[in-house]
Design a protein around this ligand. Structure first.
Ligand code: CTP
Length: 467
């Protein structure tokens, strides 16, 4: 009789060993499927500590598995069972009922789970949970708290807002234990903060938290000038704390995959990137004050894609923006010239457009449909359509949990920088937004397009002809 079982087998423990022993005893040949990180990410299991190879080695080291296979995608079990001629599928009792659908293919056995031990528990015990305080009580903070609950090892129980009544409502709605009337009070009570306040407060609040020795996850843009962003990262270094910009797209598995496919040469050399993000906002904070406008609100996303694909060093950038009487940009287009490529980032709060991303190459192009910043699907397309490919990478929840998981893992591992969003990239985004918005500081004139051009010192101004 051939038996199969599946699992993540992270931090291999006694419960795993006993499960494998009993599964093996059901027959005379045991196949063990071990999940890939991508598969676990896709089903929301974000904090797996060990690599696939380490986990496979642990299973092999038991001597109980006759064969180890890798589980990569949903629905694979049905295929494996038929392909490998499996008679019995065995799994722990925490899954009772969930795999009854496999009865069409083989016998299904649920084995009693060993009490008192799990990978989750081992992960939690090896690292005390992170006490993350929330600053700001708006929409994004609400979504964030809900999403962070899916990341083990992160505990959110405290909030501070400049408007105490809002913080109280926030805490009641999300069942948080403590409302801090002062920011200092929140900092004193937490290991780390998530800053989700209007843009103009990011720099000062991040700085205060860093100076108090707290790790900081700060909503984008982390600062509105290059100098402020650089200073924050330098301070974080000096204080030995993690500072991460909460630019959610950077941490999504689908976005990483898209960047990998684009940069692997499959569409040839990248010659153009066009990214658009618009969000119609009739009125409110985004359209007010010195820091409102589509550039400060939205440009981080298209600039992230452009920087990941073409680098942080354009030769020239031109911004055209449409502004209100008060000087707030309601629509903007940043054109960037790189040595061998051109790019455009389009943002709008008062103009609606198709929110897609196109990466054009010498052999083909990638098309990422709206909302490309929540990347789950993209296509590579070629002159000969028979070469076209479709890519689908599932995103759990609304995507915020991935930035939380990355932040927690950086703190746990003592990593100062995430390769998913390098400091240099975050600083370059702040720099470009600063330059683009400087154009918007020209004398305001209702519904008039304003243009500003920036050459980058030390780099030639007109290299686009080199293509
Ligand atoms: N298992 C078990 N007894 C335990 C823990 C796990 O019998 N105490 C079984 C599961 O039911 C499953 C297999 O071991 O059949 C692999 O489970 P896996 O999800 O890798 O382990 P967990 O410890 O449950 O992991 P996590 O806490 O991350 O869910």
């Amino acid at each position: 009789m051939r038996v199969i079982t599946y699992g993540t087998f992270d931090l291999f423990h006694e419960g795993h060993r006993r499960l494998l022993e009993r599964a093996k005893a059901l027959g005379d040949h045991l196949t063990v499927g071990v999940t890939t990180q991508q598969y676990d990410d896709g089903r929301g299991k974000l904090n797996v500590r060990q690599s696939l190879m380490e986990r496979v080695r642990s299973v092999e080291a038991t001597g109980l598995a006759d064969e180890v296979i890798v589980e990569e995608y949903e629905g694979q079990k049905i295929h494996d069972i038929q392909r490998l001629g499996i008679d019995i599928f065995a799994i722990g009792s925490d899954w009772t009922g969930k795999f009854d659908y496999l009865r069409d293919y083989c016998e299904v056995v649920y084995l009693e789970r060993t009490r008192g031990i799990s990978s989750t528990r081992l992960r939690d015990e090896s690292q005390p949970s992170l006490n993350l305080g929330v600053v700001g009580a708006g929409r994004i903070a609400r979504r964030f708290v809900r999403e962070a609950r899916f990341v083990s090892g992160v505990n959110i129980d405290a909030v501070h807002s400049r408007t105490p009544g809002r913080a109280k409502d926030f805490a009641d709605e999300l069942e948080l234990g403590t409302v801090h009337d002062t920011y200092e009070g929140l900092l004193a009570a937490c290991d780390a903060v998530y800053i989700a306040t209007p843009h103009q407060y990011h720099y000062a609040q991040a700085r205060a938290a860093i100076d108090a020795g707290r790790h900081v996850l700060c909503e984008k843009p982390v600062a509105l000038t290059r100098a402020d962003a650089e200073e924050l990262y330098a301070r974080a270094d000096a204080a030995g704390v993690v500072l991460l910009e909460a630019l959610k797209t950077a941490f999504l598995p689908g976005f990483q995959r898209m960047i990998g496919v684009a940069r692997s040469g499959s569409i040839g050399d990248i010659r153009a990137v066009d990214a658009t993000f618009t969000k119609l906002v009739p009125s409110g904070r985004e359209l007010e004050g010195p820091d409102g406008g589509s550039l400060s609100e939205l440009a981080s996303y298209p600039l992230l894609a452009i920087i990941k694909l073409l680098g942080t060093q354009p030769d020239r950038m031109t911004t055209r923006s449409l502004r209100t009487q008060t000087g707030v940009d309601t629509f903007a287009r940043i054109d960037l010239d790189f040595p061998h490529a051109i790019a455009s980032a389009t943002t709008g709060l008062g103009v609606k457009s198709e929110g897609d991303l196109v990466v054009s190459g010498t052999r083909g192009y990638l098309y990422v449909p709206a909302p490309w910043w929540l990347t789950e699907y993209f296509e590579s397309r070629f002159e000969d359509p028979s070469h076209n490919r479709k890519f689908y990478v599932k995103m759990e929840g609304d995507g915020l949990r991935y930035e939380v998981a990355e932040f927690a893992s950086m703190i746990r591992l003592g990593t100062a920088e995430s390769y998913l969003l390098r400091r240099e990239e975050s600083v370059a985004i702040a720099d470009m937004i600063e330059r683009a918005r400087r154009g918007a500081e020209l004398p305001p004139d209702s519904a008039v397009m304003r243009t500003s051009t920036d050459s980058f010192p030390g780099r030639p101004g007109d290299t686009i002809h080199r293509i």
